[in-house]
Ligand binder design. Structure first.
Ligand code: KIV
Length: 267
């Protein structure tokens, strides 16, 4: 695999150079090809796929087999872009052994490049074990969606105690060997402070512009998911509107007999 745009060990160098990292979620080969040609640095096969594609309430329902299926699809569509795969709920929390086996399966069966997992100090030994076995890990702190039943979908680190915990978590993750940390729903001053504290890049979502990069859920930023509009989300398209319009046009043409016309028929 020659000529990959960015390798995971290069992430810290990008931080030192002050070049922002662009990450988007991706669940299939077609979008992977489009995102790669648009110059996205990192593709994330997020466990959000079960909310976005399957309409489930939370990310908790995603299974390892589902993640592997989507990750392999994304990898088929992206020749040069590093692909990171979320380890789903309960695939890495039960024991270090299970985490190694499951993360290993992800890389072996998909040809993707790293896994992402949620949690701070408590996950450090697991992260260390994965990294020591050659599995690159991206951490995820702040609002961690797999803990939604504990945290609620709210900004984390607003008071001194939880801000201190987040700082400790970031330091522990760096010491354990992560190659980057996603910071989700964190006040922007705290996210900038954590970004300055660690050598590895931070990638923010709802964490202000002091992070080393940004990630959004693709379907949200394209305006395909018109039912989700948190404050941090900026929509760069109105694909929901375009899809509805195109489908209504097709339906009208079928009903009126305008489609298929001679140009779209065989003699
Ligand atoms: O699953 C996901 O889409 C994520 C992003 C929100 C960072 O983890």
């Amino acid at each position: 695999m020659a000529d990959r745009h960015l390798t995971l060990p290069e992430l810290s160098a990008r931080k030192r150079e002050g070049r922002k990292l662009v990450m988007l979620t991706c669940y299939d080969a077609l979008f992977a090809r489009l995102l790669e040609s648009a110059g996205v640095d990192l593709l994330l096969v997020g466990d959000s796929l079960n909310q976005v594609l399957a309409g489930r309430e939370s990310t908790l329902s995603a299974t390892l087999d589902q993640m592997i299926y989507h990750a392999a699809s994304v990898r088929h569509g992206a020749d040069h872009t590093p692909v990171i795969v979320d380890l789903p709920f309960l695939s890495y929390q039960v024991s270090v052994e299970e985490a190694v086996r499951n993360a290993g399966r992800v890389l072996a069966e998909t040809d993707c490049h790293a896994v992402k997992l949620e949690g701070g100090v408590a996950m450090a030994p697991t992260i260390r074990a994965l990294v020591d076995r050659g599995i690159p890990v991206i951490g995820h702190l702040g609002f961690t969606p797999q803990s939604i039943n504990l945290l609620g979908p709210r900004v984390q680190g607003r008071d001194d105690v939880s801000a201190g915990r987040l700082r400790d978590d970031a330091v522990a993750l760096e010491a354990a060997g992560v190659c980057a940390v996603v910071l989700e729903l964190v006040p922007k001053a705290l996210a900038a402070e954590i970004t300055a504290m660690v050598q590895v890049p931070t990638i923010g979502i709802g964490a202000g512009n002091g992070c080393d990069g940004q990630v959004l859920v693709l379907h949200d930023m394209l305006g395909l998911n018109d039912r989700f509009s948190p404050r941090f989300l900026k929509r760069y398209g109105d694909l929901a509107g375009q899809v509805t319009q195109a489908v209504a046009h097709f339906a009208a043409d079928v009903r009126s007999g305008a489609y298929p016309d001679d140009a779209h028929s065989f003699e």
